[in-house]
Every structure is written in structure tokens, then in C-alpha cells.
Design a binder for this molecule. Structure first.
Ligand code: PEP
Ligand code: MN
Length: 359
């Protein structure tokens, strides 16, 4: 097969085709030429849009497999030349950008650890000046939306027009069912702030295991994400990195065919009328809730004045614990999660304290 020209802003688009999400799949790391070719061949019948592979791997601890580096670039060129798949790799330095472009890598991505470091992002951006290549930016490892936006802006500022964001979850300390907590509210806010940037979900690095891959991917599609990035390996159990989260190309094909692709809108008039009426009810309830909260705040202020008058401290821990416990119990009976009650009441309590302080 003839090699396709490298992707440019005019020949390449991250956009969905109809309801079908943009699909990126391939191994965590390029290990050997055979592994890369076999994985890529296995993915052909899934009609993926981009073949991913790690070449330089940012490992948390020294001693783990750090990628084959430049030696792997000709293997990806073979994937492109012989199988006609466009390719993407992570780049973290100016030199890596230069080498990737030399081997015709179509799309570059900035990894989570680099996004967290504005010096790294700037170095990559500077190396991209005057180059027409699509770039994807993963979220930083820490849950900091501004860093994520800042990295996208740094790349845009050197003239890169074709960009996408990849949500790969955020590091936390302590137990979680996820390897990286999704904190869905962060990518949702990114989408509100940068609606023109396609948003992809890296379900592999969010999950860190194979079991949850499908439910996380479906959740992302339900939120109208534009695409998915999923680690796929011809022999996942023996992968040199991230073995526990990779799946075979056949398992990948099944995963994709099991997903329900969603549309953003519909022209079904009954559906539109029903949703409109439900939304009106929601708007009415939201207005009532805000009125009630405002009344509650006025009562807090009255208490604040009394506390001031009697020289009593504003924060009353015992009372706060009582409110919280009572609300959790009540919320449970109403089918509201403890996590939600905790978030909601913390916000109310915070506002109440600052109103009392001003009283
Ligand atoms: C990867 O995609 O293999 C990778 C290293 O990802 P992240 O930057 O999200 O950790
Ligand atoms: Mn990986």
C-alpha cells in the first residue's frame, strides 16, 4: 500500500463521522517490530482512525521499561506504509518532536506528566513552530483544569490549528476503583470553556484494568465525547508496560461493537417536546431551590449576628457534624448519594460561614 501523506490541518480531522466516535487504539508501548505489526494488523477490521504507540515512555520509577525510543519509529512507518493506518505517539521534548516528524508520524500527543509542566509544554510548542501537524493534549496528572487549558493554549499560540484533548483521569492518593480518578466535571468544564476542541476519553489509563473499560467508554460517549483512546496489544498479558489494562485487537473490536453511539440532538418532534417540558420543570425546581437557599442564608446571617453579640465563635463543629449526619441519613432515604450530600452541604456551609463572618 502507498504511504499516505502525513496528516495536516486540511487532510485530517478529529471530528466524529456521524455518530461514530473517533477511534484511537494501539499498544501502550512499541516493544518489537512483530508486536507492533501484529497489533496493527489485528486492528484493521475495527476501522480505527489512528494507531497509537508509546515510543519514549515516561515511567514513574526508574528501572521500568522506558520504551524503545527512536528504534521504534521505523516500525510505525511500516504500519503506515504497509497497512495504511495513520500513527500517533507521545512526545515530551523538542528532539522527540523532530524525530517523530522525520518518520512521518501523523499526530503527536503531549502526555499527562508533560502537560503538568509548562516548561515541557513550551519546549514542545516551540519545536512545533511553523509545522502543520495535529496535536492532542492529555490532561495533567493533577486535577488542574487551568494547566490543561494552558497547555492547549501554548500549542495553539505557535499556530497549531488541529487539536484535541484527551481525558485520562487524575492521580489521587489512596484507594479508588480507578487507576486515575475521572473527575468528569473537569473535562465537562473544559468542553464548556473550549467547545471547539474535540474531547477524547482514554479509558485505559482511567481504568487501569480491563473490567471497567467498557463502562467508562460508554459513560464518555453518553457525555458526547468525540472519541476514545484504548490500549490494545496482541499479547496483553505479556506486555512490557500496562499489561493489566491492555486488551487484544479482537476484544477491542467487541468492546467497540458493544458500545451504544449517541447523537447530540434529534429531530424527533415528540422527543423534543418531552425534553422541553421536563427541562421547564427542572428550571422551575432550580429557581425554587435557590430561593430556599437564599432564605437559609438569611437565617445564617441572623445567627451570625447573635454569635457576634455574645462573642461566640462562628464555626460550631458539633452542630456542623449533626447537620451533615442528619442530611446524609435523609438523603439516603431520598436516593441521594452520600458523596453528593457531602459536596452540596460543604458548599452551603462554606457560604453560610462567610455570610456569618460578614454579619
Ligand atoms: C500512555 O498513553 O501510554 C501514557 C503514558 O499516558 P499518560 O500520559 O496518560 O500517563
Ligand atoms: Mn500506558
Amino acid at each position: 500500500m502507498i504511504s499516505e501523506p502525513a496528516a495536516t490541518s486540511t487532510t485530517f480531522s478529529f471530528k466524529k463521522q456521524g455518530v461514530r466516535p473517533f477511534l484511537i487504539a494501539g499498544p501502550c508501548s512499541a516493544e518489537t517490530e512483530e508486536q507492533v505489526m501484529e497489533t496493527a494488523r489485528g486492528l484493521l477490521h475495527s476501522n480505527i482512525d489512528l494507531f497509537r504507540s508509546g515510543v519514549w515512555k515516561p515511567r514513574t520509577r526508574p528501572g521500568a521499561f522506558e520504551g524503545k525510543g527512536s528504534a521504534a519509529l521505523p516500525w510505525l512507518k511500516r504500519v503506515k506504509d504497509e497497512l495504511g493506518l495513520r500513527t500517533t505517539i507521545e512526545v515530551a521534548t523538542a528532539l522527540q518532536v523532530e524525530k517523530a516528524l522525520k518518520y512521518g508520524i501523523d499526530v503527536l500527543w503531549i502526555g499527562a506528566r508533560s502537560t503538568a509542566n509548562p516548561f515541557s509544554v513550551q519546549e514542545i510548542a516551540d519545536a512545533l513552530k511553523g509545522v502543520d501537524v495535529p496535536v492532542m493534549v492529555k490532561n495533567p496528572t493533577n486535577p488542574d483544569l487551568e494547566l490543561w487549558i494552558g497547555a492547549i493554549e501554548r500549542v495553539q499560540a505557535v499556530g497549531i490549528k488541529n487539536m484535541a484533548a484527551i481525558h485520562r483521569g487524575f492521580s489521587t492518593y489512596g484507594k479508588s476503583i480507578f487507576r486515575n480518578e475521572p473527575y468528569w466535571e473537569i473535562p465537562i468544564e473544559l468542553r464548556r470553556r473550549m467547545p471547539e476542541i474535540p474531547l477524547f476519553c482514554d479509558n485505559s489509563h482511567i481504568c487501569g484494568n480491563r473490567i471497567e473499560l467498557k463502562s467508562v467508554a460508554q459513560y464518555a460517549l453518553d457525555l458526547n465525547y468525540d472519541g476514545l483512546m484504548t490500549e490494545t496489544h496482541c499479547d496483553p498479558d505479556h506486555a512490557w508496560s500496562d499489561a493489566q489494562q491492555q486488551i487484544t485487537p479482537d476484544e477491542y473490536a467487541k468492546l467497540i461493537s458493544d458500545l451504544v453511539f449517541k447523537r447530540e440532538t434529534s429531530d424527533d418532534l415528540d422527543f423534543i417536546a418531552l425534553v422541553k417540558s421536563i427541562r421547564q420543570q427542572i428550571d422551575t425546581l432550580d429557581a425554587q431551590i435557590l430561593q430556599l437557599i437564599a432564605q437559609r442564608m438569611e437565617l445564617s446571617e441572623q445567627i451570625g449576628l447573635q454569635k457576634k453579640h455574645h462573642n461566640i465563635s462562628i464555626l460550631q463543629l458539633q452542630r456542623w457534624n449533626e447537620i451533615l449526619e442528619k442530611a446524609k441519613e435523609f438523603g439516603r432515604k431520598q436516593g441521594l448519594s452520600e458523596r453528593f450530600i457531602q459536596h452540596y452541604l460543604s458548599a452551603v456551609h462554606q457560604e453560610s460561614i462567610s455570610r456569618q463572618a460578614k454579619a
